[in-house]
Design a protein around this ligand. Structure first.
Ligand SMILES: [Zn+2]
Length: 393
């Protein structure tokens, strides 16, 4: 699949013929057959980052044995992050099923839905997993969230995701844990475009937005530099493995396991375990940036064969969350952030901006060159594996 063509910003509406990504992603490209770049990238990621059933059969046990052996004599052999959502809760269940001894970390940023707290407590208790909860300083975090709303980029969730990464790194180092097992996975998360959310490891971006719009100093906010991340992950001090890419992960089966075996309850939407995330994804992103993240989440499920394209299109006819819920969330979010209706309306009418408008690692030539090299390498690897399928050693 090649020959993608880009179009200008005033482009006619177009939707991919294979998934449901469309021109609401301003950077989407289509090939001559009407298939989008997300489908193309998904195929490459599946061939290079996701294990085949044969690879899982041959390679999973040695990997788990290695993690267990390296953790011998320690209280825990791996670290997992838990949000209460499907992927991270299923990961917790899976690592116990595989016989590992994880320590779980939850970051409380002040926006947990009550149900999320209940899900986390219930499932970890049933799985006999110890939990460390890191509570963010609310005044600092609120200041960062307001700064990102003023910055007018679609990346207002980035500070929270960055802080989770920092807390995971610090906890791993503190407890001498080498393996951080992540719940990120290609099959349910691969189609969200960078134009809708970018910069999770970009402390320079978060810092620069806060320096420009923030009002109080950041003294305790968990963060890490790109240099620290690169050093720790390349030197072997910590190793991050997205375990759900190593097993034959299916979201529908995972939800059945969680409901039937752990008494876990669904939230009605991906990442809706956080009230702010639900509000941001259901109200701010669609209304201000024309971006509906469900389009990316459902596209990933179509590509992984879990959902038909027709069913996904039907689902998209419904609002991202019920009107009553959106109203209730709006009132709650504005009150908690200390925003008046007029201030929020002003924020909603600010011209949309992007990470390119602020100092960020993302905008450095060195990082862009590195990313291009990784993309080329992945394409070459995908070609090799397509020609000769089999376990990658
Ligand atoms: Zn597509």
């Amino acid at each position: 699949m090649s020959g993608f063509r880009g179009t200008g910003t005033r482009r006619p509406y177009q939707i991919c013929k294979r998934c449901i990504m469309d021109t609401s992603d301003p950077t989407i490209r289509f090939n001559a057959d009407g298939i989008c770049n997300h489908c193309h990238t998904y195929d490459i990621h599946v061939r290079t980052l996701v294990w085949t059933p044969e690879q899982t059969r041959v390679q999973l046990t040695p990997l788990i044995d290695k993690i267990r052996a390296e953790g011998r004599g320690k209280e825990y052999d791996c670290l997992i992050g838990v949000s209460g959502g499907v992927d991270s809760t299923y990961l917790a269940w899976k690592v116990r099923e595989l016989g590992l001894r994880p320590l779980a970390v939850h970051m409380d940023n002040g926006w947990d839905a009550e149900l999320a707290v209940r899900n986390i407590e219930l499932t970890l208790k049933k799985l006999h997993i110890d939990l460390v909860t890191e509570v963010l300083d609310w005044d600092e975090f609120r200041d960062i969230q307001l700064a990102f709303l003023e910055a007018s980029t679609p990346d207002a969730e980035i500070p929270s995701d960055h802080a989770i990464g920092a807390v995971m790194l610090d906890t791993a180092l503190k407890h001498g844990i080498k393996y951080i097992l992540g719940g990120s996975n290609i099959r349910t998360e691969s189609c969200v475009p960078a134009a809708w959310s970018t910069g999770v490891r970009d402390w320079r971006y978060i810092k620069s937005v806060h320096a420009r719009f923030g009002k109080i100093p950041l003294l305790t906010f968990p963060h890490y530099s790109l240099a620290k991340w690169t050093f720790l992950t390349t030197s072997g001090r910590v190793r991050r493995i997205d375990l759900l890419n190593c097993i034959q992960y299916r979201k529908s089966e995972a939800m059945d396991v969680l409901k039937n075996q752990l008494g876990w309850t669904y939230y009605g939407g991906k990442h809706y375990e956080s009230i702010y995330t639900r509000f941001f994804q259901a109200v701010i992103l669609p209304q201000k940036f024309g971006a509906d993240k469900r389009r990316g989440h459902l596209s990933a499920l179509i590509l992984s064969g879990e959902l038909s394209r027709e069913r996904a299109l039907e689902e998209m006819k419904e609002p991202p969350c019920p009107a009553d819920q959106a109203r209730e969330d709006r009132e709650f979010v504005l009150k908690k952030l200390g925003l008046s209706e007029a201030e929020f309306e002003r924020i909603m009418t600010l011209p949309p901006r992007s990470i390119a408008d602020y100092p960020a690692y993302e905008n450095s030539l060195a990082l862009q060159t590195y990313r291009a090299a990784v993309r080329v390498r992945r394409r070459l690897m995908a070609g090799v594996r397509a020609a000769s399928p089999g376990p990658v050693r």
